[in-house]
Design a protein around this ligand. Sequence first.
Ligand code: PLP
Length: 357
Amino acid sequence: MTAVSNHHVTKSIRPNILEMAGYAPGEQPQAGKFIKLNTNENPYPPSPRVVQAIREAAESSLIRYPDATATCFRQRAAEVLGVDPDWILCGNGSDDILTILTRAFVGEGELLRLPYPSYVLYKTLGNLQGARSEEVPFQNDWTLPDTFAAPSEGLKLAFLPNPNSPSGTVINHDDLRRLAAQMPCPLLIDEAYVDFADADCLALVREFEHVMVSRTLSKSYALAGLRFGFLVAQPTLIQQLVKVKDSYNCDALAIAGATAAIDDQEWLRENRQKVIATRQRLHQALEQLGFSVIPSQANFLWCTHPAVPLEPVYQQLKSNRILVRYMKYPQWSDGIRISVGTDDQIDALLALLPTLM
Ligand SMILES: Cc1ncc(COP(=O)(O)O)c(C=O)c1O
């Protein structure tokens, strides 16, 4: 039998995958020292209890497969959130939760709805399913039109990040409740950044069986490298979604670290205060430099500039080893998204910026 050439093998890939570009994550330079303000990581080290728990787990639990549903994490998180453990599904980062939901709800040719601009991965997940995506543009004040909750042929799932990325804005509780009540399909409220916001939407999960909330430990718990996120939804839904996930989607070290992290709410409160204080200071300083900055409820700021082109500013910051995220949305303005760093990191940014503009 002659070997099939690579060219032919590529042809066997499903057409929707051949056609898609693939998700491009923010730059993660592996060499050299950068001030990293481009992927909304937390600039501070995690709770020391996390490192301790991971060390203990590394010594004691690597031989065995991990607990498939991360029971100890769910028990502790349930207490913190005021739900029962069977309302929680854990994932290898909240991206894993988004994947599980897309696979569970959206089939080939069906429709996924998302706001625009928002988290770019949602559309990629739809593409992987061979599904269609419908992007509903935010209005000028970053609210959503009622069409976000309108019925549509084949509509199977809607994603709504709240706070949104890249804007850092939130849909207020009353508007969100109204959208949720009208929504003709399951609605995932992606609360990746909610610990930096004034309020969350867990009450809507209790109220509506089609509403789910996802959370991550990557941002507010400073654990982006650990990969741990979770979903809160009604138990009948969780029971179905468990079937879709990889058998052991969270490893033993991640479960141990995440459980210690959620257990240290005092660390979370202090970290949140520090990040929010720096966010305020950065916001004011950027406005003084002539940027238009949207009030943010997340750990980053979205800035545009009425006069200065921002792509060269991003490039020059990068040559000076400061990474921010430059984003250019077709039919929307371009801008830079700056993650809230430590005070020292933000001072370095603010010292350099005026010289580049
Ligand atoms: C809106 C939103 N959701 C989810 C995620 C994914 O977070 P993780 O997979 O690290 O939990 C991100 C990460 O940038 C995000 O911006």
